[in-house]
Design a protein around this ligand. Sequence first.
Ligand code: HEC
Ligand code: HEC
Length: 215
Amino acid sequence: MKLINKAATLLVAGTLGLGLSVASHAAGDAAAGQGKTAMCGACHGADGNSMIPNFPKLAGQGEAYIAKQLHDIRSGARSVPEMTGMTENLSEQDIADIAAYYHAQKVQVGQAKKDLVEHGQELYRAGKPEAGVAACAGCHGANGHGMPGAAFPALSGQHEAYIAKQLKAFRAAGREDETGDRRTNDGETMMMRATAGRLSDNDIKALSSYINGLH
Ligand code: HEC
Ligand code: HEC
């Protein structure tokens, strides 16, 4: 019995391992990716520096994170009505190439508002221990470059309005008393719902400004 169980476990682990390595190691070709982003540029900017404050910059973003979002948007796990019909025909290779292209671009960093830096920096680096908010830097990096291997997104230079919108969407999804757009694709551990659920509007304002200038 013991042996059979062990074999079954190994088989399952082996299958999972294979699935994961295929999903995360489809090597992307940035040059090929550029040609596949013609349609994306209208909203995200030709080089991934979107000109529209509500639409995310993709320049410099981690490849695994970009790929995860494209899968989530396609499956509906993350609702992005603006991208309806744009992800259905992308192959795994297309997704890897597009991710490699945007990752290779340089993000245009903004500037934090002077009067918000102190509060934003404090929250970003130390969290709000009294309220149980973990430090953003712990997962997104001291300079906002994220943890690419873990698909923790880079935040450095991202538009203020977009950051605020995401934090509010995670907050709404993490609290029953909130209305508005909800974002729930932060996994079973609810890393962002748990974090954003305890941020005030003032906290979100300061963090969004700080992150726009962070690099
Ligand atoms: C009509 C505008 C539009 C077009 C065209 C578009 N997108 Fe988007 N995209 C958006 C918006 C808006 C969001 C964010 C929505 C939100 O607030 O959650 C988004 C989100 C994303 C994200 C998640 C970014 C993040 O930081 O989480 C990725 C990745 C992405 N788009 C890739 C693409 C790719 C690749 C294409 C082309 C195949 C594309 N988009 C075309 C509007 C667009
Ligand atoms: C325990 C790890 C963890 C902590 C702590 C954390 N985050 Fe996140 N954050 C994540 C993960 C993982 C995602 C991506 C979820 C997904 O896959 O869609 C994310 C996504 C985000 C996004 C959306 C990015 C985009 O491009 O759409 C923003 C904004 C963000 N986090 C800001 C913050 C801020 C501000 C703090 C601190 C108050 C913080 N995070 C703390 C793990 C964390």
